[in-house]
Design a protein around this ligand. Structure first.
Ligand code: C2E
Ligand code: MG
Ligand code: MG
Length: 558
């Protein structure tokens, strides 16, 4: 005997059509109908699964719903798998207990028809939900800017934004973390850090990913201490046992929304938190920076420099100073570094005050080409006057790395003045990202093919990796003064490192220049480690071109 009468089956079909076509979706009616059917047909369990693609199904990444379960021991009675036209996979499985009830064919046929209707419905509802999720999340499943905008709009309409704290964060050294633990583990770490913040911020705030390792959001003042603690550093595990861990911290820009607060534009908040965030990134010490008046003057300063730059370049307000590089055994000048200064309204602005700002866009490239051009001009004059010039190094910002014509551009300038290529050296600083690393290798190799010398600048500050000197064919290694030991104590770790670095560099045929040499003690340490070339106040400050030309006359220090 079959479970239900024909009339009952017909009425189920009718109710099913009405439930699955209801607008909006009536979830309660759906659940009730499923429960009734399962009970009537003496099923023990009814389940549905949903996967966005067959690939996700294979990997088991999807949603599994148990729509009914009476807990009795079960066996699969019917299983239907449908692939929708958009390639979503929907699976329905019905279970029974043959010890209690044996189903007839007619029962199974009726269940089959109803299950197909249900699966069509489930796929539609789930797909709509997925589409919604896609609209508000990025491809990696992080909430995106639209989710932020929606959150802000909803809360603004309810007058709930005043007093909340908005933030912009940039994960600290995430490229390095990726390098250290591998990209896949890096992804896990980023996801967990995001989830930790998201859980801490809770329902009254939001965190979304802008892209890469940058996030923005808002939170309630009540959770500020907890959130700030996570900003300052959280120990995140990336394996199942929780043994493998890495510390993640951020540079954060904060803006507390005033009370009351009326949202005018998202841009207003974004400007403030990003400005504060960029300050946090630039200053090594303070990593959580609150937007304030100080920042306003900083942004005015940035605007001033940017708007004055092009005119200043045309007026030749940038002048070149030369700092000698000296062989400490012979006391002879063996080279020089070109360093630029900005002469504006009778004041000399040092490079640290304007280079980082020019690096915010491509202005710095114009400046570097200008400096190279002026160095070549000076050099032609020295050559024409019969002076024996020394090799001069010019700093090139890492902003140039993406320029695929950089080498051509440099050669064009040098050749315009007929300068022998090996009289010019290009100083580049180390980088931390993989992409930049390969750009750096490409550029250094092509300059080398042209006979132009290359130097890695400021080695020892930041995260100098030995790969940088092993995998890129530099000519010169410029060791930052912070890397030079302060005393001669041989057992001291910085002495050991210094000694090994110098001998490694020499073994690889690199010339070593120590920067920032100020004392006799430092000279002694250099001598002890067979490191011969020094650049620093001990010999000379950066000199004006006239002063430098005087030095070139006999080239030797007493
Ligand atoms: P850098 O390339 O590492 O240049 C060396 C800096 O160390 C110079 O600072 C120099 O004056 C300073 N210095 C030299 N000897 C000593 C010493 O004995 N003790 C101390 N404490 N400092 C010493 P400066 O001229 O202020 O330049 C700062 C930075 O600005 C440079 O660092 C370089 O990164 C950048 N820069 C300068 N000119 C240019 C340029 O034309 N283009 C680019 N892209 N960057 C430039
Ligand atoms: Mg330099
Ligand atoms: Mg340097």
């Amino acid at each position: 005997m079959s479970c239900v009468s024909k009339e009952k089956y017909a009425s189920y079909l009718e109710r099913m059509v009405s439930v699955t076509h209801s607008q909006p979706v009536d979830r309660d009616a759906y659940v009730q109908l499923i429960t009734e059917i399962c009970k009537d047909y003496k099923l023990t369990k009814g389940m549905s699964e949903f996967y966005i693609t067959p690939m996700m199904e294979q990997r088991g990444i999807g949603e599994v719903f148990c729509d009914f379960d009476n807990g009795k021991s079960t066996k699969v009675l019917l299983r239907i798998r449908i692939v929708s036209t958009s390639k979503a996979v929907i699976i329905g499985t019905l279970y029974s207990n043959p010890d209690e009830y044996v189903h007839e064919d007619v029962d199974v046929q009726q269940l089959d028809s109803m299950l197909r209707i249900i699966l069509g419905y489930v796929s539609r509802v789930r797909l709509i939900k997925k589409l919604e999720e896609f609209g508000f999340s990025d491809l990696d499943g992080y909430r995106n800017f639209r989710a932020f905008a929606r959150f802000m709009d909803v809360n603004n309409a309810e007058n709930k934004l005043g007093g909340k704290v908005s933030f912009y964060i940039d994960l600290h050294n995430f490229t390095l973390i990726n390098q250290e633990i591998g990209r896949e583990n890096g992804d896990i770490v980023m996801r967990k850090y995001y989830e930790l913040l998201s859980d801490t911020i809770g329902e009254t705030g939001i965190i979304i990913r802008l892209g890469g390792d940058r996030f923005i959001g808002v939170f309630d003042r009540g959770v500020q201490d907890d959130v700030f603690r996570i900003f300052s550093g959280a120990n995140i595990a990336y394996d199942v046992t929780g043994q493998q861990r890495v510390n993640v911290s951020v540079a954060a820009g904060i803006y507390a929304l005033p009370i009351p607060y009326m949202l005018k534009s998202y841009g207003d908040i974004m400007d403030k938190i990003m400005l504060a965030g960029n300050v946090a990134k630039r200053h090594d010490g303070e990593r959580i920076v609150t937007y304030g008046e100080k920042m306003k003057s900083e942004s005015d300063h940035v605007k001033m420099i940017q708007s004055a730059f092009m005119g200043a370049l045309k007026n030749e307000e940038f002048i070149i100073h030369y700092q000698p590089k000296v062989d400490i055994e012979t006391k002879q000048i063996v080279g020089a570094e070109a360093l630029c200064r900005w002469q504006r309204d009778g004041r000399v602005i040092p490079p640290d005050e304007f280079i980082p700002i020019l690096e915010l866009n491509t202005f710095v490239s114009d400046l570097d080409f200008y400096v190279l051009d002026h160095v070549c001009r000076d050099m032609v004059r020295w050559l024409n006057e019969g002076r024996k010039p020394v090799r001069v190094s010019v700093n090139f910002s890492r902003k140039h790395l993406v320029d695929i014509n950089l080498t051509d551009h440099i050669i064009t300038i040098i050749d315009k003045y007929n300068i022998p290529h090996d009289l010019i050296e290009i100083e580049l600083t180390e980088t931390t990202s993989d992409v930049m690393f390969s750009d750096l290798r490409r550029i250094v190799s092509s300059l080398q093919r042209e006979g132009v010398k290359t130097a890695v600048d400021d080695f020892g500050v930041g995260y100098s990796s030995l790969n940088l000197i092993r995998d890129i064919p530099w000519d010169v290694l410029k060791i930052d003064k912070s890397f030079v030991p302060e005393t001669e104590d041989d057992s001291n770790i910085s002495n050991v490192m210094f000694r090994h670095l110098i001998s490694l560099a020499h073994d690889m045929g690199l010339e070593c220049v120590v920067e920032g040499v100020e004392t006799d003690e430092q000279l002694k340490i250099m001598r002890k480690n067979s490191c011969r070339i020094a650049q620093g106040f001990f010999f000379d400050h950066p000199l004006s071109v006239d002063e430098f030309e005087d030095r070139l006359v006999n080239k030797t220090y007493p």
